[in-house]
Ligand binder design. Sequence first.
Ligand SMILES: *Cc1c(COP(=O)(O)O)cnc(C)c1O
Length: 235
Amino acid sequence: MMEEIANNVRRIRAEMERAARAAGRDPAEIQLLAATKMNDAQRVRAAVEAGVDCCGENRVQELLEKLPQGAYTGKPVHFIGHLQTNKVNKVVGRVDLIESVDREELLAAIDRAAARLGVTQRILLEVNIGAEESKSGFTPAGAVEMASRMAEFPHCRLEGLMAIPPISEEPGGNTKYFAQMRQLLVDIRAKKYDNVSMACLSMGMTDDFPDAIAQGSTLIRVGTAIFGARSYGPK
Ligand SMILES: *Cc1c(COP(=O)(O)O)cnc(C)c1O
């Protein structure tokens, strides 16, 4: 099991490097996040030991279980799933980056929780780039507006954008969405809003990360290619 995860990480690293070089980019600019949902602490440890840059959890429950088990020890952990406002207190201050800030109400709750703890919570805004009904996230215009108001949330720091584009019907099908995300990041960065850095562009998963890298991703989130297919049935 450990061996298989290590081999998978090695193969993904090689693919990341190929995609970066093909796009004229420095491979060191791109980080590999292990999307760890449904994988236990032991498997997460195997990915950490295999040299992923960080881990990402989707569910508060799994985060709280695996943290004390030392699943992520030595690497940053991100929150990447839908976050209910009433669970914000369990996440703020425990993760290095909340990637999935998808509405103003959530940002405000995170800011209040960070203020209580006396910390600055690093965040990304999630953009619903495919305008899908089934997904949450800001519209591109909404993300610009939110970024322009980050000074109102001084206990947060906006470091970039995250997107989960629609499931692609064909290879390369998400390239246009990745390109739009890249442009949005550049546009927001150019405004030099207070409390905004825009260094991070989180996009690309198992099926499309080389395309995301070609369009400027700095953080790919990979689950299946590291851990194998997730089993949703009984264990
Ligand atoms: C599960 C998940 C991923 C990884 O998906 P794979 O297709 O298994 O690589 C990436 N991002 C988010 C937000 C996820 O929930």
